[in-house]
Design a protein around this ligand. Structure first.
Ligand code: FES
Length: 498
């Protein structure tokens, strides 16, 4: 019996397109217990390290109860609540298009009617490239090894799985999909298009497309193996520079930065946070490698925003009261919940700015009935992730010559942005102290921008003009970067600079 057979018995749907022959590499699972109770890795599994296996190739040597595993691509979540409405500029063409935000951790995809501009389907799923590492640097190094191309194969396979599903659900033919716009950070995007990503991983950290006349990309679907009209145009917006990728240029289109006279700031939080400050005249951008601490990694009970995540918390009567997404029992804490807990601990003097808990405690009980805690080590990992966000905002504002009060609008974008308590985020120095009423939570701006670019030729041209105007700031080369980082590690508000 293989792990695939076990999954069948549990009614778990494992992706496959090779009839379990070991060729498609879509059935990768992470074995979390009992690796030694499985047959040795087969030749088809040579590309997998550690505890990752192909479900169709891993045979059980003992009892099924000895082993636990999880799918890399969990069943997609069909999202309906956040489908954007409102008028969009639309050239009005026949057929369907796909707008995609291709994140390191999560992929969100929309099917758009090109004639009307309406979104007819939206779903999100985990990026199945996790077997190559959880951040862009590890994925770059994986792709530089003997198994180059496996990461591209994984993401294309997952996208095709989605296309199959949506075509079936909506009763449309694949050939009706005639365009796609893929926005992602420089590494995710170049991997998707099968480009060599090694130059992004070493100084001066540039995509190979930066040597070309434009960093925007376009390939016919058949060349990438996408299940669509074979001649469908699979496009990507241009990159800004270095790690500031096509997701940021798409987000800038979504906020309409080209028509802003006043100075605005975009903070797109994620495993990598991007910061852009500017207006129609002048723009500056930086990428901050924050890591996954606020996204569910490096924190013992951290988890991405989803059912079972504590999304907000407040001290009441000596203990933390919290709200759980989906209303059931808590399984962990997502980014917005972590920001609330840190801010509340500071507010009630249960933690110093340096993250030391009062009364020499090693951990704080968050949801005692469910064993969910926050440890000193968690706080320290969160401090470093926060410091990266802090440095990005502080340095780009300083270089631009503006203080937080001079920012007319702060657009907060990214996975958990819509759930963040802004006052708490400012309180711990996660966000610049821009007056609260000027902060707009805009959710997945990159996806919104990808959709706008999909629908309008004019906006595609505009994106080219915008990225050429942006000055890229390298945070690490600032002489006082280290001092600022140390300051940013403290849980206290960023200086207002006035
Ligand atoms: S099902 Fe295709 S490799 Fe396992």
């Amino acid at each position: 019996m293989t792990l695939f057979d076990c999954a069948d018995q549990l009614a778990l749907r494992v992706p496959t397109s090779c009839g379990r022959a070991g060729h498609c590499h879509e059935c990768v699972v992470e074995v979390t217990r009992g690796l030694e109770s499985l047959s040795p890795k087969s030749g088809d599994e040579a590309f997998l390290r550690g505890n990752y296996r192909l479900a169709c190739q891993a045979f059980l040597l003992g009892e099924p109860s000895d082993v636990a595993f999880s799918l890399l691509r969990r069943s997609p979540k069909i999202l309906t609540g956040s489908v954007s409405s409102g008028p969009v500029e639309c050239d009005g063409r026949a057929g369907y298009g796909i707008a995609m935000d291709l994140g390191t951790t999560t992929v969100v995809l929309e099917l758009v009617d090109l004639r009307t501009g309406a979104t007819v389907y939206q779903s999100s799923f985990d990026n199945p490239q996790r077997f190559g590492g959880s951040d862009v640097m590890h994925r770059i190094s994986y792709d530089g090894g003997p198994f180059r191309g496996e990461l591209q194969k994984a993401i294309i396979g997952a996208v095709n799985g989605e296309i199959r599903e949506l075509c079936r659900d909506l009763g449309i033919a694949r050939r009706e999909i005639v365009e796609a716009m893929v926005a992602g950070n420089s590494t995710m995007r170049d991997l998707f298009f099968g480009l060599d990503v090694q130059p992004i991983g070493q100084r001066p950290y540039k995509s190979i497309t930066e040597a070309r006349e434009t960093t925007a990309l376009e390939e016919p679907a058949h060349r990438l193996g996408i299940l669509a009209d074979p001649q469908a145009r699979i496009m990507s917006p241009p990159l800004v520079a270095s790690h500031v990728g096509a997701d940021t240029s798409a987000a800038l289109i979504a906020i309409g930065i080209e028509s802003r006279r006043e100075i605005v700031m975009l903070v797109d939080v994620g495993t990598n946070t991007e910061v852009v400050v500017g207006n129609s005249e002048r723009m500056m951008a930086a990428s901050c490698p924050a890591g996954p601490a606020f996204e569910g990694g490096l924190v013992r009970y951290g988890m991405p925003g989803g059912d079972g995540a504590i999304e907000s918390a407040e001290f009441a009567g000596g203990s933390l009261e919290y709200r759980v997404i989906g209303g059931g029992e808590p399984r962990g804490i997502c980014g917005s919940g972590l920001i609330d807990i840190l801010a509340e601990l500071r507010r009630h003097e249960q933690m110093t700015p340096k993250g030391v808990f009062s009364a020499k405690r090693r951990e704080i009980a968050v949801a005692p009935a469910f064993g969910i805690t926050l440890s000193r080590e968690d706080a320290s990992n969160l401090a470093q992730a926060k410091a990266a966000n802090f440095c990005g905002q502080a340095i780009v504002m300083r270089k631009f010559g503006v203080t937080p009060k001079g920012i007319s609008k702060l657009y907060l974008a990214g996975g958990f942005a819509n759930y963040v308590n802004v006052r708490n985020a400012i309180g711990i120095g996660f966000l610049a102290p821009v007056p609260e009423e000027r902060i707009a939570k805009i959710g997945n701006a990159s996806l919104q921008g990808a959709k706008e670019l999909l629908l309008s030729e004019r906006k595609r041209k505009l994106a080219e003009t915008i990225v050429r105007r942006i000055e890229h700031v390298e945070l690490e080369t600032q002489p006082d970067f280290f001092d600022l980082f140390v300051e940013g590690c403290q849980f206290k508000p960023m200086p207002s600079g006035d």
